[in-house]
Design a protein around this ligand. Structure first.
Ligand SMILES: NC(=O)C1=CN([C@@H]2O[C@H](COP(=O)(O)OP(=O)(O)OC[C@H]3O[C@@H](n4cnc5c(N)ncnc54)[C@H](O)[C@@H]3O)[C@@H](O)[C@H]2O)C=CC1
Ligand SMILES: O=C(O)[C@H](O)CS(=O)(=O)O
Length: 474
């Protein structure tokens, strides 16, 4: 086994050790490959103070643009190293890991560009009687200190979706990455430092999630929480943040409809790939497929055939499509949910097999909506197939969920597509693709228990700035 590399906290532009550490596990070998510092309350307090103090030093939009552009260039130069780190800490196959690095570069570039476009608007106050001699306009000003709390599954690009718009908008950020996958965040902080980001504009505090979360929530100098993760933690942050700003990207049990008039080749390919990539640990991953009764048998047969072509195994191997889940415990949880569904009458038509933390891509039919694999978020490589006859019926089935992030619909019927656009309760409906479509400049965020607020740099900048009105009495 290679040496276990030690990582420190990044506070006020410097690397700081803590008296305790936590191991980071290689998700394929299940052996430690790195250790991170476990922050204490005083580290978090120092990080917030440094972030707050940094706001007093001017940092112009053009300077922010230059720093973010430089980090994009540095990340391009370190592309392989970052991808290999993702393979180790997430267990994400190398091809997909390279794809995540490429998307993170885009998120940096888009945020850099957006830094130059932040603007207010004219407000025609002179149109009101008695205000004829006044003019007014708005400005967008930074919120201040933002806490960014991120999940394990896409630890580079989802971190970029928080810290890049925050910096572009002139804020200071305290990043608390997932303790399961913190290393790319620490490496990214090195790149920001090399690119000349002023001290205090970015801090990375690693350690215990609930502890650091509590210390950040207790500190009133933190003016906004931007969180991606589970509904449980999102609700807790919402409750404790009080009147401070909160943006929440939470879970989903994403639906995709396959209508009888669709392009079957396209539907099979997209559903197969987008149910199982990153071992289904993507919150827009296809989980519930609704197939028109007339084509169900053919769709299920072809989805099974395509799914069984995926190579499951070592994420370092270029041939691998599906690597391990984030932990043995999570793979065992998914195994238990599938077994419970089968015990309750579901039919297993593919997969259902576990080998350590590897869980094979699994397809269930004959499901009931109350089964955990349908009702709750699986966050694993499991898809269930249900059927429908009528359009109203399937819209009702899709909406029968506490979540509403994104959904997919395969159809060539424009009237159905437009009805679905109006009636399906989601933040995004993807027509002629599965639910798991995201490019990094689009607005991304959910309704219902999938959260509040939008990501995508220009949308996140809206969330991360306040609109201030200026009125001049001439
Ligand atoms: N809507 C979206 O864009 C996405 C949503 N997710 C959701 O995230 C979940 C999986 O990710 P996990 O990392 O397991 O989620 P999680 O909610 O367990 O953890 C997310 C982050 O919150 C931290 N945390 C844990 N307890 C905390 C507390 N009491 N206070 C403050 N922070 C705390 C964790 O350390 C981690 O950094 C799934 O439910 C998934 O749907 C994941 C990716 C994207
Ligand atoms: O929701 C997620 O898990 C991610 O945002 C999806 S993506 O950005 O990796 O496409």
């Amino acid at each position: 086994m290679g040496a276990v590399q030690q990582y420190k906290l990044f506070i006020d532009g410097k690397w700081e050790q803590a008296d305790q550490t936590m191991e980071v596990i290689d998700k394929f070998t299940l052996k430690p490959f790195a250790a991170i510092a476990k922050a204490r309350r005083q580290h978090v307090t120092a990080a917030v103070q440094s972030a707050h103090a940094a706001l007093k030093t001017p940092f112009s939009p053009f300077e922010r643009y230059k720093v973010l552009s430089k980090v994009a260039q540095l990340l391009q130069e370190h592309r392989e190293d970052f991808a290999n780190t993702l393979v180790l800490e997430v267990g994400k196959p190398i091809r997909e890991s390279l794809g995540e690095v490429d998307r993170a570069i885009q998120t940096l570039i888009i945020s850099a560009e957006e830094a130059k476009r932040i603007h207010g608007e004219g407000v025609p106050v002179e149109a009101a009687a008695g205000s004829e001699k006044r003019i007014a306009f708005t400005m967008r000003v930074p919120v201040g200190v933002i806490a960014a709390i991120t999940p394990f599954n896409v630890p580079l690009n989802l971190v970029c979706h928080k810290i890049c718009p925050a910096i572009a908008a002139g804020n200071s950020v305290i990043l608390k990455p997932s303790d399961l996958t913190p290393i790319v965040s620490l490496k990214l902080a090195e790149l920001f430092s090399e690119a000349g980001l002023p001290s205090g504009r970015l801090q990375v505090v690693t350690g215990d999630g609930p502890e650091i979360g509590t210390w950040l929530l207790d500190n009133e100098q933190v003016r906004m929480f931007s969180f991606t993760g589970s509904l449980r933690v999102g609700q807790l942050i919402r409750q404790k943040a009080g009147i401070r700003k909160v943006a929440l990207e939470l879970g989903n049990n994403s639906a995709t409809i396959v209508h009888k008039d669709c392009n079957m080749d396209q539907a099979v390919e997209m559903v197969a790939v987008k149910s199982f990539n990153n071992s289904g640990q993507v919150c827009i991953s296809v989980q519930r497929v609704f197939v028109h009764e007339d084509i169900k048998a053919e769709f299920a047969r072809r989805l099974k055939e395509r799914t069984e072509q995926f190579v499951v195994g070592n994420p370092h191997d270029k041939q691998t499509d599906i690597g391990p889940m984030i932990s043995l415990k999570e793979a065992e949880r998914v195994e238990g949910w599938v077994q419970e569904a089968v015990d309750q009458g579901a039919s297993l038509i593919s997969g259902g097999k576990r080998d350590g933390a590897l869980y094979y891509p699994t397809i269930l039919t004959d499901i009931k909506p109350e089964m955990k694999v349908c009702r709750q978020e699986v966050f694993g490589p499991v898809v269930s197939i249900d059927t429908y006859q009528e359009i109203d019926e399937v819209i009702h089935k899709v909406n029968d969920s506490e979540y509403g992030l994104q959904a997919g619909l395969f159809t060539n019927d424009l009237a159905f597509a437009m009805k679905a656009a109006k009636e399906i309760e989601v933040g995004g409906l993807i027509i002629n693709d599965a639910s798991a479509y995201r490019v990094d400049h689009m607005p991304y965020g959910g309704v219902k228990n999938s959260g509040t607020g939008k990501e995508g740099p220009s949308y996140a900048i809206e969330e991360m700035t306040e609109e201030k009105l200026i009125v001049i009495n001439l």
